[in-house]
Design a protein around this ligand. Structure first.
Ligand SMILES: Cc1cc2nc3c(=O)[nH]c(=O)nc-3n(C[C@H](O)[C@H](O)[C@H](O)COP(=O)(O)OP(=O)(O)OC[C@H]3O[C@@H](n4cnc5c(N)ncnc54)[C@H](O)[C@@H]3O)c2cc1C
Length: 547
């Protein structure tokens, strides 16, 4: 069971260490815990369902509330304040293909908007009920969570699409395998959700992004089923798998997915390496990538994130000793931490480790061993729980991300961070902003930014701050030639900017294909692109020239 407001398992917590509290007060100012809505109050304020009494639909208020918000900052603000603009009218939990088909037909015949729901961990407004006069039904796939088959010779496994990360790993690990897809939302996100939103796991550099792992599967659409075989490669026309990837529930329901698996790694270790500044770390990461050194993760934090991570780790004595030691070697305030992951067969991993560390040394990197890496590994899925503690302490946290070619990366990162700070300055609000390079490719990398501010007692004001930041940053991303999302998807929050990214021909093509599969527009009509293209932000030539 997930918390109904906030992140994760109600039994798990990540408290803010005392030194962390002081640090936040120093940067953001002192905060206070603000009252939130209680469960009985939110139930009381939920409008009645428009769906009536139907045996395969739950209209229970808490069920509907839980399925009406994801994990974006607006979702957090609204669910905590009890101001969810629209609550889904019901939730259906199919267990078979036939039941999914029945629900789709019911929605088609009755003009009901249907929202496919995996784990509800979306951070870009994928699963929120849209503004519509039609009733809304959420189709929750959590009961479709079985392994259907495993072919060890071909190293592929077939799963029902509603299976969550830990369930996948548990069943595969028992057979000696892993999928290796570890987004930070791993505990609650699902295979179908990963495919539908083109997700990226923390060790994608080694295991691949979800598009590399997804080998075939079954999509149930309002006009029929699409069944894609797991051929290893093909030159038979365009790859329809690519069409399902990132479809965000617009085309149909992914009921099954065939994924490639690999044996559990013989060796895995994460190392903490410090660089004197961002540029030095970035040069090392780029060289490791260009030399195709087979490491599993390269995550480079900027100076502010390095400092914040160390302080929030709560290991005050060690952090103090490390800082003193590092400054003796000339690593000052601009120092940046790289977490380097090495995974795989022992000999290959050992060679990769040596080559990567050699390149780091060449760029002035100091390897502090596996202590920091182990602590990162231990808390990799616990860190999101810190957001609950921060919220309770009166701080709002949000993240955003993009990917761009190497030549533009540092400038775009700077511009995004300045845009966030400027939004705060305009309101006389202090904002703590930091970031890291989280995924790397031959031609560039992804930039992942986190920002925190002291939340206002007025939920609407917090929403305005979010909106200003989202708009300013998205514009910077488009001008800077980045993608509007490297891993979170388009959803509702990015669709205005996605149009810029793919152009009007791309938009028309997607609109027509959506219409082909879903001619009455019942499936997630509010995400990815609007049924009618509307005028959007245009990048101006002079700002583009800066790159
Ligand atoms: C704390 C936290 C950390 C995160 N870290 C990462 C990360 O490291 N990497 C990353 O990529 N993302 C991350 N995310 C974002 C999010 O977890 C991903 O987008 C994830 O892929 C969503 O999966 P889900 O099962 O929760 O899908 P949902 O949120 O339920 O749905 C997402 C979209 O997919 C559609 N969908 C879901 N299942 C199906 C299906 N079976 N058939 C058709 N459509 C479907 C929905 O309609 C919706 O449009 C994070 C989110 C949080 C809150």
């Amino acid at each position: 069971m997930k918390r109904w407001k906030g992140w994760g398992d109600p039994e798990k917590n990540y408290p803010i260490p005392d030194s962390g509290k002081d640090y936040l007060i120093q940067i953001l100012g002192s905060s206070q815990n603000l009252p939130d809505i209680s469960e009985p109050e939110i139930i009381e304020s939920t409008p009645p369902s428009r769906l009536g009494n139907i045996d395969f639909i739950s209209t229970e208020a808490m069920d509907r509330i839980r399925h009406s918000c994801g994990q974006s900052l607006p979702d957090w603000i609204r669910i905590h304040a009890g101001t969810i603009p629209r609550v889904t009218d019901g939730v259906s939990y199919p267990q078979t293909h036939e039941e999914i088909k029945m629900v789709i037909k019911f929605a088609q015949d009755n003009q009901i908007v249907l929202i496919p729901y995996g784990g509800g961990t979306s951070v870009v407004g994928h699963i929120n009920p849209p503004k519509t006069d039609k009733p809304v039904l959420t189709l929750d796939l959590s009961r479709m969570n079985q392994l259907l088959g495993m072919d060890e010779t071909s190293r592929i496994a077939t799963f029902q699409a509603g299976i969550r990360g830990p369930e996948i790993e548990s069943v595969l690990n028992k057979a000696g395998y892993t999928l290796g897809h570890f987004p930070q939302s791993f505990e609650f996100s699902t295979l179908g959700g990963w495919i539908a939103s083109r997700s990226c796991g923390q060790q994608s550099y080694y295991y691949g992004r979800i598009e590399n792992l997804f080998r075939g599967g079954h999509l149930i659409t309002p006009v029929g089923d699409l069944n894609l075989q797991p051929v290893p490669a093909s030159s038979a026309g365009p790859d329809l798998k690519q069409f399902i990837l990132g479809s965000e529930g617009r085309l149909g329901i992914i009921s099954q997915a065939i994924v490639q698996v690999v044996p559990l790694p013989e060796f895995e270790e994460f190392y903490g390496i410090f660089f004197k500044d961002w540029e030095a770390g970035l040069s090392a990461v780029r060289e490791i990538t260009h030399n195709r050194v087979q490491v599993s993760m390269l995550r480079l934090s900027d100076a502010q994130e390095t400092l914040t991570t160390l302080i929030l780790s709560g290991k005050d004595n060690i952090v103090r000793a490390a800082s003193t030691g590092l400054s003796a070697f000339g690593f000052g305030e601009q120092k940046c931490l790289l977490i380097l992951g090495v995974t795989g067969e022992k000999n290959i991993a050992s060679t990769a480790r040596k080559s990567a560390l050699q390149i780091c040394r060449k760029h002035g990197g100091l390897n502090t061993g596996s202590f920091i890496g182990k602590s990162w590994q231990k808390s990799r899925f616990l860190t999101p729980y810190l957001r609950n503690s921060l919220w309770e302490a009166g701080y709002a946290l949000d993240t955003l991300e993009t990917a761009v070619t190497w030549d533009r990366l540092t400038l775009l990162k700077k511009k995004i961070m300045s845009a966030i700070s400027r939004a705060g300055e305009d309101r006389n609000l202090r904002i703590l902003v930091f970031g890291h390079l989280s995924h790397v490719y031959q031609t560039g990398g992804s930039i992942y930014i986190t920002y925190l501010f002291r939340r206002s007692p007025e939920p609407e004001e917090n929403l305005e701050i979010w909106e200003e930041i989202k708009s300013a940053v998205s514009k910077e991303i488009i001008v800077g030639g980045g993608t509007i999302s490297h891993q979170h998807g388009v959803g509702n929050d990015h669709k205005e900017y996605f149009v810029q990214e793919i152009g009007s021909l791309g938009v028309n093509f997607l609109q027509h294909s959506n219409k082909f599969f879903d001619h009455v527009s019942i499936l997630n009509p509010h995400v990815l692109i609007d049924p009618e293209n509307k005028e959007t932000f245009q990048a101006n030539e002079s700002s583009v020239d800066e790159y």
